[in-house]
Write a protein that binds this ligand. Structure first.
Ligand SMILES: [Zn+2]
Length: 322
């Protein structure tokens, strides 16, 4: 078969902001060494099954990334012994096969007969071994997967052009102990993961351990930040509670003092009355420390309750007089 020159063009028309992390992950996946032939076949199988076009007339693998085009080309050469030219069509990098003999060879390699299908089912024989299943998932992710950057909400997805294939890949993932979710849009489907642990696991299995680690680190950092925020919020809300309670106590005490003076309160409560009014911003613990003789928080709390009862009774009796 003719050997053509392989030309790689850089990334074309890519929204760097949106896909930079997916791109980085795919670049990492494209560096995963392929040690076994079975895995080369399985990874190419994933790419072809999720290719833009896959039928008896034409096979067309389309990607935005030069690394993915190069990887696909390398796998085609390794598995089929053919070198293909990477074309630049409509701002995409395309590997296209129109040669009917080569297509037949590909179909046979992946265990299909030469009959036309509306959608090609997943041939589980190709992904029987764990190494091959991981390689297959890498292949489909490289062609139709994306992953949200670590600083965004965790999300990894793979778009499927047919629901049947989508369900079959889900069932493979379930057999591998993964917990994928599925979304259907008419005839097409999306397989996705939302929890960080599943995404890390998925990326690690495919061989993108650096990307997985980045996501994990971002999560640890985020948790730490959330904990600090929670603590600060908690302290703030305690402070608000303290101040609210203190304001209520002081208002009641001052009202009572206006009506009957300090004699309204029994001798043993007068120091508490004085300290509360003089230190409106102090918490119970702080106030307890100000007493001449030692006072516990619960002891102080008990006294403040008594003071409030006295002011309430006074208020009620005043109301009765009116
Ligand atoms: Zn293998």
């Amino acid at each position: 078969m003719a050997v053509m020159q392989v030309v790689f063009i850089g990334i074309i028309s890519v929204d760097k902001q949106n896909i930079s992390f997916s791109m980085k992950t795919k670049d990492e996946l494209c560096r995963v060494p392929i040690n076994r032939n079975c895995c080369a076949v399985a990874e190419l199988y994933g790419m072809v099954l999720y290719a833009n076009i896959f039928n008896l007339k034409q096979i067309r693998i389309r990607t935005e990334l030069a690394s993915v085009a190069k990887r696909a080309s390398m796998l085609i050469e390794k598995v089929l012994g053919v070198q293909l030219e990477v074309q630049n069509i409509g701002h995409r990098l395309v590997l296209q096969i129109d040669d009917s003999r080569l297509i037949e060879k590909i179909m046979t390699t992946f265990g299909y007969d030469a009959k036309p299908y509306i959608s090609y089912p997943l041939n589980r024989n190709m992904v029987e071994q764990d190494c091959c299943a991981a390689a297959f998932l890498r292949g489909i992710f490289l062609i139709s997967g994306s992953v949200a950057p670590p600083d965004k909400k965790s999300h990894l997805e793979i778009k499927c052009s047919h629901m049947t294939l989508c369900r079959q890949v889900i069932s493979l993932m379930l057999d591998l102990g993964m917990s994928p979710k599925m979304l259907s849009r008419q005839t097409t489907g999306i397989i996705y993961f939302k929890d960080t642990a599943s995404i890390e696991d998925f990326l690690t299995r495919m061989g993108a351990s650096l990307s997985a680690m980045e996501i994990m680190e971002a999560k640890v950092e985020k948790n730490l930040r959330n904990n600090i925020n929670r603590q600060v919020n908690c302290e703030t809300s305690n402070l608000v509670k303290t101040t609210d309670a203190s304001a209520k106590q002081i208002a009641a005490i001052e009202k009572a003092l206006l009506i009957g003076g300090i004699e309204i309160f029994p001798e043993n409560l007068r120091e508490t009355v004085d300290l509360r009014v003089a230190n409106p911003a102090s918490s119970l613990a702080e106030l307890a420390e100000m007493f001449q003789s030692p006072m516990t928080k619960s002891g102080l709390s008990h006294r403040l309750r008594k003071i409030m009862q006295i002011t309430q009774r006074l208020e009620q009796s005043q109301a009765g007089k009116e």
